[in-house]
Ligand binder design. Structure first.
Ligand code: NG6
Ligand code: CA
Length: 517
């Protein structure tokens, strides 16, 4: 189903429509919407997906009150392109600058682009982004003044309130940014950031390993040291604004709970993106050492705690019934992603991808298949399960349909209204979904088949994580009714391969709408 486009060509993005809830004769529901977006949480990580060695009572509670999806996919197998696609409804590969962003990247989504936050904002929702951002900030890459308000920030993208980390916890600058400026900025310690060279006299993980009292790198991550952990990129200053990794989950959760309490009269849209379970994994001491899987397992417990705090805040505020919660992840899992946290040695029989092949970065299912739990007590079935084929690309149009949003022409071009899938009311599969691997190799999936286009990339990552990429110089075709993407049957099925190739060409040329009918 296509979106409801407004016929006027010049609708300003983020136009404010006061409490609009009726489109013609149709009336729309206006639940609060909370997206809880974990980082690198694998398809098989949670106990409710068969994960071993973790105790996640809060996520179990959420799953028992909603639908658990077993065939849902992020758009890409790394963070920046997944998040870009989720928040704009456009495939990230249509643009050249959406790969894993540095901490000093300029804001990738430009202020004129219509985002999911603009959409909610236009319909009278209060909107916020809390946690990991990783989509750039400011006007020009490398030219941000971190000691002043940033000229381009999330307020330009429809978020009323924002308390974020610029990129990832393993990238500088290691400070929270609230409403477009460094939170608790310390004038005694002005911040400078570079991804080119170190600042004279500043220690690095490479030269000063004796200063790494919290975590040491296993590959990369040997530049500036903050909180006894070396990072990607160089920074100087920060003083009291520098985060402590062990407090990140508490800090973002506290801000989320406060936003919920302040907006309980609703409606509101919250994009809550955790650092857990991304590296560096260094959760609060009340979680550290609690899991037999080491720090990665501890980070899963920390994530579960965040979820619990949000559920409790909604309940305390009396708005749990009419809040739609979507819990998912930005890409598949990785064990050793650059720090000596022993995540691999301590798996103790746990498989972060479940039965799937590959992982983060890869074109195999482990790269993009993710957990997804959708709960909305007032409407969505409780304790249900769905194997419907779904992609996060459709969430913008689907949520837009739910609240009766009108999209400016051309916005969210790759997002289609599949609200019935998202709410567990319609079990018909999307005809196909598309996935993007780290090197931009695209794959197409139907309920039964998966095609991976040829790629020159290496078959197994050689620079750190031990992950099969799914790259091969010839086409791959897998029967997805069999587990594991083990047998490439492309050679025996040339017609099917040709069909997928022509579909992919049409998608690239933006001429594919009919194929989704
Ligand atoms: C990689 C980092 C990895 C992680 C990833 C981004 C190195 C050696 N590895 O380049 O640790 O930060 O980028 O992860 O630097 S993501 O989930 O945000 O996409
Ligand atoms: Ca990620």
């Amino acid at each position: 189903m296509k979106k409801n486009y407004l016929a006027l060509p010049l609708l300003a993005p983020a136009a404010y429509v006061p409490s609009a809830c009726a489109q013609g004769a149709e009336t729309h529901e206006r639940p609060n919407v909370v997206i809880i977006y974990a980082d690198d949480l694998g398809y098989g990580d949670l106990p409710c997906y068969g994960g071993k060695n973790s105790d996640t009572p809060n996520i179990d509670r959420l799953a028992s009150r909603g639908v658990r999806f077993t065939n849902a996919h992020a758009v890409a197998s790394t963070s920046t392109p997944s998040r870009y696609s989720l928040l704009t409804g456009e495939y990230a590969w249509r643009r050249p600058d959406t790969d894993i962003a540095a901490g000093n990247a300029a804001m990738i989504i430009r202020p004129g682009q219509y985002t999911m936050a603009d959409m909610f904002h236009s319909e009278g929702y209060a909107t916020c982004a809390i946690g990991k951002w990783h989509l750039g900030l400011g006007d020009k890459t490398g030219e941000q003044d971190w000691n002043a308000p940033l000229p381009a920030s999330l307020g330009d993208l429809g978020f009323d309130y924002h308390y974020i980390m610029a990129a990832t916890a393993d990238r500088v600058p290691c400070v929270f940014i609230e409403q477009g400026r460094v939170a608790d900025h310390d004038p005694e310690a002005p911040i400078e950031v570079s991804y080119r060279e170190n600042f004279p006299g500043e220690p690095t993980g490479r030269d000063n390993p004796e200063l790494l009292y919290n975590l040491k790198p296993s590959h990369g991550h040997d530049m500036s040291i903050v909180n006894g952990i070396s990072r990607i990129g160089y920074m100087k200053g920060g003083g009291r604004a520098l985060w402590k990794d062990e407090n990140i989950a508490d800090s973002i959760t506290m801000h989320a709970v406060r936003f919920i309490e302040q907006h309980k009269d609703g409606p509101f849209f919250m994009y809550f993106a955790t650092n857990d379970v991304h590296v560096p994994r260094f959760p609060h001491e009340r979680f550290r050492g609690r899991s037999i899987m080491g720090l990665r397992g501890d980070a899963i417990l920390s994530f579960d705690w965040c979820v619990g705090q949000i559920l409790d805040a909604l309940e305390r505020s009396g708005i749990a019934d009419n809040t739609l919660i979507i819990l998912s992840s930005d890409n598949g899992p990785v064990v050793d992603d650059g720090y000596l946290d022993h995540a691999e040695e301590l798996l103790n029989g746990h498989s972060p991808t479940g039965e799937l092949r590959g992982g983060k970065y890869s074109a195999f299912e482990g790269g993009t298949a993710i957990p997804l739990i959708v709960s909305w007590p007032a409407r969505v079935r409780m304790g249900a399960e769905s194997d419907v084929l779904m992609s996060q690309i459709d969430w913008m149009a689907s949520l837009g349909a739910l609240i009766g949003a009108t999209f400016p022409r051309g916005s969210a071009p790759d997002s289609f209204d599949r609200l019935g899938n998202l709410l567990g009311e319609d079990a018909s599969h999307r005809p196909w979904i598309l996935g993007q691997a780290a090197d931009h190799t695209l794959s197409l999936r139907t309920a039964e088949w998966k095609y991976i286009e040829p790629s020159d990339g290496e078959a197994v990552i050689s620079w750190g994580p031990k992950i099969e990429t799914g790259y091969l110089s010839s086409p791959q075709l897998y029967d997805m009714t069999r587990p594991g993407e083990l047998q490439n049957v492309a050679a025996a099925n040339p017609d099917m391969v040709a069909g997928f190739q022509s579909l992919l060409k049409r998608i690239r040329e933006r001429d594919y709408e009919q194929t989704l009918r």
